[in-house]
Design a protein around this ligand. Structure first.
Ligand code: GLN
Length: 276
């Protein structure tokens, strides 16, 4: 027999108290405040076993977001599984810039068409669709499993969008958009970070991109001009050391008004350009 307090005590030293509370809260479907108020309540055998298995998986390095099956992004809760990248706070910058471009007026279109490439959990596309209801949003991913996660999020959050299985622009022949956004894989395949922390458990196809991490960014930037409406914007998240390379690629693709923005850590994290 074990109370809530005893179960949390047993997890001490194995993981931070805040994580233990989150995991137990997940098992019980209860908030931290509820757990504090009910600390002497006895836990059922099933709950105890479930909690112990989550603690063991967390101790083994599985990301907390996958264990909880959710992660906050732009003030909303998204369901996640190990089929999708865990939404990152720095990606909110991409969303903010996208909203800014669409709200600028000179992207002139009453219901702008937006494309999110490699949508994963759908966090970028769904946030844009919910923040600006006039948008017509298309989100693509090469992974059918990822699209299922995005679909579940769109449904839960009440966002309207078109989901399509596509290897970047492959299934979008002839289509154009006022805004194209992407948080593609951009880590070099040999980068040791891929073997550290949460990244070990995330889909490598969402993280790694060729020898220099630029393989997918190159493809996207080269093909984007054909899919941008006149005056439309391409906005991309990229790695901490890729600002110059991405700037050059955008220029080579004939895009103008090239912009680069820093994330909260002061790292140039999003770059973009506009179709003439
Ligand atoms: N920003 C992520 C990281 O470095 C990588 C995400 C990506 O490749 N798009 O952990």
């Amino acid at each position: 027999m074990s109370t809530i307090a005893a179960a949390l005590e047993a997890a001490r030293g194995k993981l931070p108290a805040s994580e233990a509370r989150l995991l137990l809260g997940h098992v019980l479907g209860k908030s931290a405040a509820w757990q504090i108020a009910h600390h002497d309540e006895v836990l059922g055998e099933d709950s105890l076993l479930h909690f112990a298995s989550l603690v063991a998986r967390r101790t083994g390095g599985e990301p907390i977001a996958y264990l909880l099956g959710r992660r906050e992004f732009f003030g909303r809760t998204f369901v996640v599984s190990n089929a999708v990248l865990i939404p990152r706070p720095e990606t909110e910058l991409l969303v903010e810039l996208g909203l800014q471009k669409l709200g600028d007026g000179d992207t002139a279109s009453p219901d702008p068409r937006v494309l999110d490439l490699g949508t994963g959990s759908g966090c970028i596309a769904i946030t844009l669709a919910l923040e600006l209801l006039s948008l017509s949003v298309t989100a693509v991913d090469a992974s059918a499993t990822a699209l299922k996660v995005a679909e579940a999020n769109a449904e839960r959050l009440g966002a309207r969008l078109r989901l399509l299985q596509s290897d970047w622009f492959a299934e979008l022949a002839g289509e154009q958009f006022e805004l194209i956004v992407a948080n593609p894989p951009y880590i070099a395949a040999s980068d040791s970070h891929l073997g550290v922390g949460d990244l070990r458990h995330e889909p490598v196809t969402a993280l790694a991109s060729g020898v220099d991490g630029l393989a997918d960014l190159r493809r996207i930037i080269a093909e984007a001009p054909r899919h941008l409406a006149a005056g439309g914007w391409l906005l991309l998240e990229h790695g901490y050391d890729q600002a110059k390379a991405v700037h050059d690629l955008l220029q080579q693709a004939g895009l103008v008004e090239i912009e680069q923005q820093c994330d909260l850590a002061g790292i140039v994290r999003v770059s973009g350009g506009r179709a003439n």
